[in-house]
Each structure stands twice: as structure tokens, then as C-alpha cells.
Ligand binder design. Structure first.
Ligand code: ZN
Length: 276
């Protein structure tokens, strides 16, 4: 599932193909993936406008137009953008934005968990997709003490689950939550409110370092992820615990194996020896 670094990579590769372009038509092939507005409203909000900016909030892409509308696009599990001159193949096609010079920006989604909506740009923060989202990982307001206070809000919840909670940090998902906790030497089962300021500071710093590196490497491709240039992410070879169950820990040596447990219904990978 694309998490923050993968969505950011899509944004970076899609931006040059989309920003500055006028959308001459919008065709919706799977209206069930449009939320909060009708397909007709969505189409009207975008057609004949010029794309001003493609930004990201959490795991959502925000396509801002010059007619004061913003399309919100969540890629779900397998959403993928392809820019080509023709519409084929139609299977799994969710929406197609036609640009000038015979280019079509197409969103495909095999698993059909993608989510699309539209908002007036001035009211974007209140949109139901975004209203509950917490800090961006690189928000300067998010200092170690602010982060620590955020974690104090949760009683009886493990830190892994809290990292996945989009109301704390927007954009973290299952892969990077496991990786960040390994990097910070914290057990995923630790109750979030028991972290002291030093541990919060290490966790925050580690999260920023890992996400920045993952963005730099174009994200992680486990199975499906491709950016808008059709390329895989290169971060998979950097993964220290995710999907490494039974393999030796890269930090504390061959005598310790990476374990897989299920927390909150999600696979969680960690080293029981060096994560406390
Ligand atoms: Zn270890």
C-alpha cells in the first residue's frame, strides 16, 4: 500500500506532466470511487481548468486548479497513474483527465480502494478526507515535546498502533511504522504514553530520517507500487525488519531473529532483543 514516501514519489513524477496543463475533459469509469460529490460535480469542477499545483497531505494527492477547486486523490492499495496518448486498456481504469497535445492522465486501480473527491480550495482543510489528519512528518511545529504530548493522549494503546493513527502523523503506514520503531530501538508493543521525552525525540528524529531517505529513493515497491514514470521504488532493499521474519537482525547480530506479531490486526516486524 502506498504510504507517504510512495505518494510523494507519485507527486514528484506526476507534477511535471500535469502542472500548467489545461484539463479539456474528465471521464469517470468507476463512479463508486468518487466520494462526497457526485461524478457530475467532480467533472464540472475540473473541466476547462488549468492545474496550478500538485501537492500532498498525508497519503492524499491534492490537484489544485485555477478555478478554485482541488481534487483529492487517495491511491488506496493499488492506485497508479499512467500518462499516455490513448485510453486503453479500460479495465481497472477509474478516471481519465485529458490534457492538450493528446495526453491522458489515467488513474488505474486493480483492488479498487482508491478514493477521489473534490473541494473548494479555500475549504480544503475541512474536507472529510483531511479534517482529522495530524502533523506532516516534517512540520516544524512538531517538536519532540509536542510529539511527546501527542503520545500522552493515548492510554492503553501501543506505539505501533498510534504511529498508524493518521490523527497523529499523517501518512505513516505499516511498512514505515515497523521500520521507524526498529530504527528508534523501541518495541512496537510499548504503550505510547510511557515514552519519555528522550525516547520521543529519538523516535521523531528517526522517523524523519527514514521517511526522507525513502522519499529520496523513490519509495518502496513490495509488489505493485510504480510511480507516474512506471518505475519501482528503491527503498525495499533498505528495509531492516519489514517482511524479514526469521532473518537475523542487522543490528544486534546473528543470534537474534526478526519476529512477526499481529498488533491491531496488522503484521508487525521487530527485533525482540534490541527493541525495548
Ligand atoms: Zn536486534
Amino acid at each position: 500500500m502506498p504510504e507517504l514516501p510512495e505518494v510523494e514519489q507519485v507527486r514528484r513524477t506526476l507534477s511535471p506532466k500535469l502542472v500548467g496543463q489545461t484539463v479539456s475533459s474528465v471521464r469517470i469509469f468507476n463512479p463508486e470511487r468518487i466520494f462526497e460529490v457526485t461524478p457530475v460535480q467532480f467533472r464540472r469542477g475540473i473541466v476547462d481548468s488549468r492545474v496550478k499545483k500538485l501537492s500532498r497531505r498525508g497519503k492524499y494527492l491534492l490537484m489544485q486548479t485555477d478555478n478554485q477547486h482541488t481534487a483529492l486523490i487517495g491511491l488506496g492499495m493499488t492506485g497508479r497513474f499512467i500518462v499516455e496518448p490513448d485510453l486503453e486498456p479500460l479495465e481497472y481504469l477509474v478516471v481519465a483527465f485529458s490534457l492538450k497535445r493528446n495526453r491522458i492522465v489515467k488513474l488505474y486501480d486493480m483492488r479498487r480502494f482508491s478514493r477521489i473527491s473534490l473541494a473548494e480550495t479555500g475549504k480544503i482543510k475541512e474536507h472529510p478526507f483531511l479534517a482529522h489528519l495530524g502533523y506532516e512528518f516534517d512540520d516544524k511545529q512538531l517538536t519532540p515535546s509536542v510529539f511527546c504530548k501527542e503520545l500522552q493522549r493515548f492510554r492503553n494503546r501501543n506505539i505501533k498502533g498510534v504511529l498508524l493513527d493518521q490523527s497523529v502523523i499523517a501518512g505513516l503506514g505499516n511498512i514505515y511504522a515497523s521500520e521507524v520503531l526498529f530504527g528508534a530501538k523501541l518495541s512496537p508493543e510499548r504503550e505510547a504514553h510511557t515514552l519519555n521525552l528522550k525516547e520521543c525525540s529519538v523516535l521523531l528524529g528517526t522517523m524523519r530520517k527514514i521517511l526522507r531517505k525513502a522519499i529520496e529513493m523513490g519509495g518502496t515497491t513490495i509488489r505493485d507500487f510504480r510511480d507516474a514514470d512506471g518505475k519501482n521504488g528503491r527503498y525495499a532493499k533498505e528495509l531492516k525488519v519489514y517482511l524479514r521474519e526469521g532473518q537475523p537482525c542487522t543490528r544486534c547480530g546473528t543470534s537474534s531473529e526478526i519476529k512477526r506479531i499481529v498488533l491491531g490486526g496488522r503484521s508487525t516486524f521487530y527485533c525482540p532483543r534490541c527493541q525495548k
